[in-house]
Design a protein around this ligand. Structure first.
Ligand SMILES: Nc1ncnc2c1ncn2[C@@H]1O[C@H](COP(=O)(O)OP(=O)(O)O)[C@@H](O)[C@H]1O
Ligand SMILES: [Mg+2]
Length: 610
């Protein structure tokens, strides 16, 4: 027995360790429950009344039975003596119903707002994470984790208050009641409770293993379905519906296997629990009959102890089932809490000031950076881009051009050196103000699943109608927007799927016109367009570039028409720096790139096309 108990204690310890951050869940709940603590006290009082009712109602029944058992010769005076216990019994029923509704009423003022508080604060915190954080995680996963945290915390609180608190308290009160009447019967009940808990913990070990495999199989099924739906076009183009169905079938058979195994394990546990309850009730009944025959208990005590025994067994069974749900919830919330425990990689310095841009001069001073500490990409780069300069960045794919501009926006933290804009180090200014002063148009503009107008106004949410129309005109976007069935209110679809590449680019340019930031970065902004569209978009961009410091990354070197300086990147190093003519004269890396760009048939021509 002692051995089993010590095993049980060890099991409890390891469960707490497995929860790991249990402490942080408790402090998280404590922090968020602050505005609702008075209301939680009301819920606890209701739970206390439920717990007491578990013994009070059987007690009124006991009094009724005892009075009914009085010999019939005194029958004439029986009715008045039954009145109060009968009223008490019915009163319990009325009170418990009222308490249920009161509980629901208070709940209404806690959980909906508490969930919103959690979602609001978690989402705001998650928004502050670095670019790197999101690159390594799927957006849908993060959103799901925030939702799971909010619902998980609500369920943990509900289980704790109206299940654990009320049931444990109810069992304690009930055991004390039995102890007062017949201590030996209380001992039977207590021993059974101990046995039941130990057996449940032992059996749940088996369930955990099976349920882990079951949830893995379920996740794999969802993953496979998602994969085939995401790639539905490929499935269709190769006519592989049958193949996909057979792949899924294998997965489904595995899931059915584990689902059945879990059901079977649970069935066995419930059967063992049910048998143990039956054994306890049989023992209790035998002991009660024996005590009654000895005249040690009244008829009322008989009924009271039997009813309490039934209530205790139901409560303990519920607690054991809730424990499993509770540990699952704690596990899920811990995964989500990780989002909050991860500190922001890039944070504003205390008392950071907003960036002020006068001419837009960008300076890299001895900058070193690598995505991984042991793999440096840039090593001690120093370069200055004058205010108002139009600079092209050239080089093969993977040379570090995008990284260079991302560092200017402080999407990543430098390992060494500093970057300044108009002599203000970017790591010392407010991040929001830095990004407010830079417009970046990427190769594939990312559009929200909102209307075209909302997407354009994102550049300056409070802009007037005139400003909006002007931006659309300058970006040559107005014609196509007006031709759409719902005009500017047309929803662009997820990531702008309902627009063509050129249309998306124009939306992005209109957005940049509205933002009108003093520094403009084009990261292969036109490389997904055909040559005719590129020419047209280029013309739109030239207007946008006026009076700004501009960095243009492009594969097609013809895009560099409007730049007066070109930086050539190779494996994270700037190997050439000069105008188009100067670089061609060098006969180096740029001139190679230029020849590749022209193609063999045109290499004979000179560079005067630029
Ligand atoms: N988020 C990232 N994590 C790790 N490595 C990256 C990441 N982004 C880019 N890289 C690597 O850094 C190098 C430079 O990439 P990038 O700046 O995108 O080049 P370019 O824009 O010139 O094609 C490449 O080797 C690329 O694989
Ligand atoms: Mg790039």
């Amino acid at each position: 027995m002692l051995q089993t108990l010590s095993k049980f204690l060890k099991k409890g310890q390891s469960m707490i360790q497995a929860y790991g951050n249990k402490q942080s869940i408790i402090s998280f709940i404590w922090r968020f429950s602050k505005p609702y603590r008075g209301k939680f006290c009301c819920l606890l009082s209701v739970a206390f009344i439920w717990a007491a009712e578990m013994s009070i109602r059987p007690y009124t029944l006991k009094v009724l039975l005892d009075r009914l058992a009085i010999p019939s010769s005194e029958g004439s005076s029986l009715l008045p003596s039954l009145f109060w216990p009968a009223l008490g019994y019915l009163g319990c029923e009325v009170m418990i119903n009222l308490m249920f509704r009161f509980y629901d009423y208070i709940r209404m003022f806690i959980y909906p707002s508490l969930q919103i508080d959690i979602i609001r604060e978690t989402t705001t915190y998650v928004h502050g994470h670095s670019h790197n954080f999101f690159i390594n995680r799927l957006g849908g996963n993060i959103a799901n984790q925030i939702k799971e945290l909010a619902t998980g915390i609500k369920e943990i609180l509900q289980i704790t208050i109206n299940r654990f608190f009320s049931h444990i308290l109810g069992v304690l009160i009930a055991c004390s009641a039995v102890l007062c009447i017949r201590p030996i019967l209380a001992l039977i009940v207590l021993l059974w409770i101990a046995f039941f808990i130990i057996a449940t913990v032992y059996l749940s070990k088996k369930t955990q293993k099976v349920s882990k495999n079951t949830s893995r199989a379920r996740n794999q099924t969802v993953g496979k379905i998602t994969d085939s739906i995401m790639n539905i076009l490929t499935v269709r183009l190769f006519a592989r519906h049958g193949y996909e169905a057979s792949r899924l079938e294998e997965q489904l058979s595995e899931q059915v296997y584990w689902d059945k195994k879990l059901e079977w394990t649970n069935l066995k546990i419930r059967a063992i629990q049910g048998t143990s309850i039956l054994a306890m009730m049989a023992l209790l009944l035998a002991a009660l009959i024996h005590a009654r025959m000895q005249g040690l208990v009244t008829i009322g005590d008989f009924g009271l102890i039997l009813t309490i025994g039934i209530s205790i067994s139901a409560a303990i069974q519920n607690i054991s089932q809730d424990l499993l749900i509770f540990s699952e919830l704690v596990g899920k919330c811990n995964v989500s809490l990780h989002l909050l425990e991860t500190p922001h990689e890039i944070a504003n310095k205390p008392h950071a000031q907003p960036l002020t841009v006068s001419i837009g001069e960008i300076s890299f001073e001895q900058v070193s950076f690598g995505y991984r500490k042991d793999e440096p990409l840039f090593q001690k780069i120093s370069i200055k881009i004058e205010g108002g300069e139009k600079v092209g960045l050239a080089g093969f794919s993977g040379a570090g051009k995008s990284t260079f501009v991302h560092l200017i926006m402080r999407l990543y933290e430098l390992q060494q050196g500093r970057i300044t804009i108009d002599s203000q180090p970017i790591h010392e200014v407010l991040q929001e103000s830095l990004r407010d002063k830079i417009s970046l148009i990427p190769q594939e503009p990312l559009l929200f699943h909102r209307s075209i107008k909302d997407n354009i106004l994102y550049g300056c949410p409070g802009a007037s109608e005139e400003k909006y129309i002007e931006a659309c005109q300058k970006a040559h976007a107005l014609e196509f927007i007006q031709a759409l069935p719902q005009g500017a209110d047309t929803i662009v679809g997820e990531r702008g799927i309902r627009l063509s590449g050129g249309q998306k680019q124009r939306v992005a340019i209109a957005r940049a016109f509205l933002k009108n930031a003093p520094i403009l970065i084009l990261d292969e902004a036109t490389s997904s367009l055909d040559s005719a569209s590129e020419c047209e978009v280029q013309r739109n961009l030239e207007e946008l570039m006026q009076n700004k410091t501009v960095l243009i990354i492009a594969h097609r070197l013809s895009t560099f028409r409007s730049v007066n300086r070109i930086l050539v990147f190779k494996s994270g190093t700037i190997i050439e720096d000069g105008s188009h003519q100067q670089l061609l004269a060098l006969q180096g890396h740029y001139s190679n790139l230029w020849n590749i760009h022209l193609g063999p048939s045109r290499q004979a021509h000179t560079s005067d096309r630029f």
